[in-house]
Every structure is written in structure tokens, then in C-alpha cells.
Design a protein around this ligand. Structure first.
Ligand code: R1P
Ligand code: HPA
Length: 291
């Protein structure tokens, strides 16, 4: 990483202080909405919302299906902050920019991060519209040295060498499975391993076979950096992938994936995802406080 990409503690603090001066909400939960899943934020009551362009230090969203708004509000009485649109490495952002909001959330007092994404299915039993609870991830760019924690470690956030086992909180995964059972969502519920690739191209057939052999059940171009940084600074993490397409693994298969198809399936299931996330947040063991 070059020094121009380094963001210092004061930069995160300035953005956090600006947000704290603009809203009375004091969120303990942050939600990052994946492609086409921004509707999750619409469920927040007593909203204060900010366009990314108006927030000092915030990067800008450039991808269709990512509105570029930060929404504060209450979900079933629990104060949340919701990113309607995330940042991806392929947009040209450095990984410290991609994960900038996560450290700002930490400084706002957030304790739990919920991430959602649209992802392609590598696992044979998965169908379009399935919801996968993320059990673990393979951070392919990270393994190759593209890591948001590169550079001098900021000890105020976390340790130089953070563990990555058990990052996706087991209690939250259990709670989500119980909720899905009670809402009758179990028939399209999966639990598996998400693999992050750099994108922006979708995978070749040989790459898809390779990722499947590695143990990945779903593939996408986000999430791992945000989760890594959240875990590094001590947040609890819960993640959901919405399966929007099957990744082609067979040379006889002529199907071609595209972003419009991804957004179409996201839209179809976004209400279900909203119900699940709302129920999960309502059952989190947290107390609200306001400014
Ligand atoms: O991961 P999210 O932001 O949901 O978006 C997914 O959808 C886009 C491809 O259609 C890629 O950006 C991929 O990562
Ligand atoms: O098949 C996919 N590959 C990578 N990213 C994705 N995001 C949605 N679907 C996919």
C-alpha cells in the first residue's frame, strides 16, 4: 500500500464526530446492504439520512444498485446505522477506503456488524433466491497480499496479527437459524463459505471449478475486507449472502451471468431478507442510548 492510501485515526474520528453532530441516534448495530438490497434501510424508523457525497471523508458509490446513502434510525426499537451501498475494490477504491465506514462505525459506538451481499452459487445444492448464512470466508485478495490492514497497525483499533477463526459469530448464526425456522424460511436457507474475488469480471469456468474445490459455496466481490476490519476492532459479525445466480462450472452450460440478473433476484428476495434482519436485530441483546 502506498502512503497516499494511509488513513489515520484522526480522519476516522473527524467523520465520526461530524456524524455525531448531525444525528441524535447512537447506533450499536451497523448494517451493510449488498447489491440490490438497499431496501433493508427503508425499514428504519425515525430516519436521519446522509448522501455519501455530503459526509466528510466518505468515499462515493459508483455501482448500480448501491444508492450511496447512510441511514440512521430504529429497527424494532434498536438504533442502527445502515449503508445503502458499499464500496468495492474494483471501483478503484483502496481497501482502506472500502473499509473506512467500518472504523467510523466503531467510533460511533457500534458493537455488531451485519453484512449482506449478492453472491453466485458454487455449491451444487444451492438455488437462486437461497439465503446463505456465512459461516466463514476465503479472502482470496487477502491471501494474495491485498489486505485493508496492510501498513502500520493502529493499536487503538486492534492487534497487528488478528485471528480470523470464529469471526462469524456462532450465537448470531444460531439465532438466525432459529428465526428462519419460526418464519418458515428454512426451505431456502443455507449455511456456507463465502469466497471473495477481486472482480469486476465474473468467474471463468476453470476459476469457478477451482474456487469450488477450495471449499467455497458462494462467490462475490465484497464483504471479506469489511468483516476483517470489523473483527480486528472487536465487533461481532454476522453475514448473509443472497444467492442471485449459479456460477457456471460446466463447459456444456451456455448461461451467462450479468449484473441486471443479480439485481433482479436481489429485488425478489429483499423483503424476506429485510424480515430476517429486522427480527435478528430485534432479538439482539443491546440497550439503546441517545445523544
Ligand atoms: O457484494 P455486493 O456488493 O452485494 O455485490 C455483488 O454484486 C456485484 C456483481 O453483480 C458485485 O459487486 C458483487 O460483489
Ligand atoms: O457469480 C458471481 N460472481 C462474483 N460475484 C457475484 N456477485 C453476484 N453474483 C456473483
Amino acid at each position: 500500500m502506498h502512503s497516499k492510501d494511509q488513513i489515520c485515526h484522526d480522519d476516522y474520528q473527524k467523520t465520526a464526530d461530524w456524524l455525531l453532530s448531525q444525528t441524535q441516534h447512537r447506533p450499536k448495530v451497523a448494517i451493510i446492504c449488498g447489491s440490490g438490497l438497499g431496501m433493508l434501510a427503508d425499514a428504519l424508523k425515525l430516519q436521519d439520512s446522509f448522501h455519501y457525497a455530503d459526509i466528510p471523508g466518505f468515499p462515493q458509490s459508483t455501482v448500480q444498485g448501491h444508492a450511496g446513502r447512510l441511514v440512521f434510525g430504529e429497527l424494532k426499537g434498536k438504533t442502527c446505522v445502515c449503508m445503502q451501498g458499499r464500496f468495492h475494490m474494483y471501483e478503484g477504491h483502496s481497501l482502506s477506503k472500502v473499509t473506512f465506514p467500518v472504523r467510523v462505525f466503531k467510533l460511533l459506538g457500534v458493537e455488531t456488524l451485519i453484512v449482506t451481499n449478492a453472491a453466485g452459487a458454487l455449491a451444487d445444492g444451492y438455488c437462486n433466491g437461497d439465503i446463505m448464512i456465512i459461516r466463514d470466508h476465503i479472502n482470496l485478495p487477502g491471501l494474495a497480499g491485498l489486505n485493508p490492514l496492510n501498513g502500520p497497525n493502529d493499536d487503538k483499533f486492534g492487534p497487528r496479527f488478528p485471528p480470523m477463526s470464529g469471526v462469524y459469530d456462532q450465537d448470531l448464526r444460531r439465532l438466525a437459524k432459529d428465526i428462519c425456522k419460526s418464519l418458515d424460511f428454512s426451505q431456502f436457507l443455507q449455511e456456507g463459505v463465502y469466497c471473495m474475488v477481486g472482480g469486476p469480471n465474473f468467474e471463468s469456468i476453470a476459476e469457478a471449478r477451482f474456487l469450488h474445490k477450495l471449499g467455497a459455496d458462494a462467490v462475490g466481490m465484497s464483504t471479506a475486507p469489511e468483516v476483517l476490519v470489523a473483527s480486528h476492532c472487536g465487533m461481532k459479525v454476522f453475514g448473509l449472502s443472497l444467492i442471485t445466480n449459479k456460477v457456471v462450472k460446466d463447459y456444456e452450460d451456455t448461461e451467462k451471468v450479468n449484473h441486471e440478473g443479480v439485481l433482479g433476484v436481489s429485488k425478489m428476495r429483499s423483503e424476506t431478507l429485510q424480515t430476517l434482519v429486522t427480527e435478528l436485530v430485534s432479538r439482539l441483546d443491546i440497550n439503546n442510548n441517545t445523544a
